[in-house]
Design a binder for this molecule. Sequence first.
Ligand code: WQD
Length: 341
Amino acid sequence: MMKILVTGGLGFIGSHTVVELVNAGYDPIIVDDLSNSSIKILGQLAKIIGYEPPLYQFDLCDEAAVKNFAAQEPEVGGIIHFAASKAVGESVKLPLKYYRNNFFSLVNILNAYEGKPLNFIFSSSCTVYGQPDVLPVTEDAPVKPAQSPYGNTKQIAEEILQDVIAAGSTYKIISLRYFNPVGAHESALIGELPIGVPQNLVPFITQTAIGKREMLTVFGDQYNTPDGSNIRDYIHVVDLAKAHVAALKLAEKDSFKGYDMFNIGTGKGTSVLEVIKAFEETTGVKLNYRIGPARAGDVEQVWGDVTKSTNQLGWKTELDVNTMMASAWNWEKYIAENPLQ
Ligand code: WQD
């Protein structure tokens, strides 16, 4: 079976991708420094896939450690690079933490396997589009000036990858521009484990519903949208994980050369108030929320055009917003009984 290195493989999207890689017959190897994940996820993965994948715990910013790892695992056929700091708000307060972590780790891992013909899948983000001029946003939409150091690291990382290809690298590289990943595996054994107060909408909803948070604040209802709340393209994390397998399969084709990137979303926009309504209707739990001021830096509305992904990756989402809410709620109830942090 082909070995696939999954950096950040114990994280939210990484762990779900490990499951889909095994389901597709790959042999995942996890590298994770546990800075934003729990070692307990390894045991949770074993309950789903039947074994604990190999885990190497070290900092990808440590060049010597990365070179040492590559010497131990020379037969890697593909790399899926999730490992990065990803909190938009924190990146504004701690830009150097984000530039160091997100760039040093990327450059080190690219350097370590340079010269080998392998497939590199990069975790990018719709945040590179900022507030698109036209919706749904397509991959050839202009990349807007980043609204945060986090977003800037994703934009510059995509440029680094294209420069590596232009220099004649042996790699084949695909960037996946995620929209908003939410939900959890149907087993409720893995899911999102935010540290501290959740910055993102859905974990804040489920923590409010279970009583960990007093009340959800909806950040603004005066936007130029049908119900006034802002709009995103929420995608089930399992659909997102499957997109990584589809990207690997595309890169493995002889016909694929060089670099490409794809929007990974549902192609539909859903407002914050619609998400809350879906949560309440799906779970039967009344959510305690209030309308508050808009959050600085939020774009008003963004959702993806996924025609290119559907046509060229042979992939599209299968799970709807109700399934996203039900799975997120099942996961929240699971970790209330089985703490994993
Ligand atoms: C979604 C919507 C908020 C919290 C960011 C990054 C993106 C990705 C996901 C890393 C917005 C509203 C939220 C709350 C609210 N990050 N909201 N009350 O900002 O779209 O995307 O996180 O991979 O790259 O840009 O996601 O979940 O923070 O917000 O009303 O308590 O929910 O205003 O409209 P966002 P989010």
